[in-house]
Write a protein that binds this ligand. Sequence first.
Ligand code: NZQ
Ligand code: ZN
Length: 391
Amino acid sequence: MYNFNYYTPTKVVFGKNTEDQCGGLVKEQGCKKVLIHYGSGSVRRSGLLDKVKASLDDAEVDYIELGGAVPNPRLSLVYEGIELAKKEGVDFILAVGGGSVIDSAKAIGYGVANEGDVWDFYDRKRQAAGCLPIGVVLTIAATGSEMSNSSVITKEEGWVKRGYSSDYGRPRFAIMNPELTMTLPDYQTACGCTDILMHTMERYFTNGGNMEITDSIAEGLMRTVIENARILVRDPKNYDARAEVMWAGSLSHNGLTGCGAVVGGDFASHALEHEIGGIYDVAHGAGLAAIWGSWARYVYKDCLPRFEKFAMNVMQVDPEGTADDVALRGIEAMEDFYREIKMPTSIHELGIDPGDDELKLMAHKCSIGCKGSKGSAKVLHEEDMYKIYKA
Ligand code: NZQ
Ligand code: ZN
């Protein structure tokens, strides 16, 4: 087991009607003025925004609001939010929505707490020295941003999608009511389940280190998500399945499933997806499902024991045959699962058709974003990235 730091300061308030507690939770933080940040309207339609405001009113907390965060959240709205928050003297941001809203809130928080251009952090030019405190009312189980240190923003100029990670950005609290996810389109539910699985797989498929407890947690989490994603395909209002997936989403990306693994995990599939999402604006989970099979077949021989273990312990494939056979059957089983929940298993199935020049450009941008190479299961360079996109 490698040395690790495990830091999860976010207070989790989980279960039915917990959104009613948001006013009190914000007040506990001792702040004076809140920016309620949300997306393109789902929280208005569901009535959640009104409930959040009522709870803040009850707690006598002052607030302003800024909607409009879109999937693959944009830098221009972040700049708008920073200006608004500074002008209004905001000292707390309440993100009501999914990963895109939370990430946009974190970026606004960095922009208010630090001088200069906030994009510098995403561009790896410097480190933030703070962030406004963030609270979350979560409406989709997916990114784990409600407990993670990450924020992913898309800069419209050049359509560059980049992540920034810092413990300053970890939310102070996360309100998670599984019922709030019942209004999600089936496609977004499936995208979320895919992203949750991927956050654990990115930490699981690494070389080196023995980590039995972490592996058991990771394998249990993945089996649970797969089982409950299947239930949600036929029964989207199933509370228990929603709850299992929602909690798994947070645990999958708060660091727990990577304790003792190679620091930083693999995360090549995420890096490859971020270029697709940045340029073609596809849903993050769908982009991951589309890329995963090609990535797995490209790297599995370099990380064979992990792929074999995954096949047997997670996908529960027959252990007969060579390690190679078992690993490949595990990859096939995972792709079959993606098809079952109606996720794409190739770039074409995402509904986009990049030509060879576009694939080369994505590989080039990806390698620049990764400072030359990415991955732990197998270290990938620009040429490898191109081959995976091509496959
Ligand atoms: O904008 P609204 O109207 O709210 O609609 C959203 C959006 O269209 C909708 N939605 C959310 N909750 C809903 C709902 N519709 C009906 N009922 C509800 N309860 O779903 C759509 C997708 O929302 P979004 O927030 O974009 O989804 P997700 O949570 O998957 O976030 C994706 C973004 O997070 C980044 C991704 O790259 C992507 O930009 N990631 C962030 C990470 C992090 N911060 O730790 C890690 C991830 O790996 C990921 O990269
Ligand atoms: Zn992700």
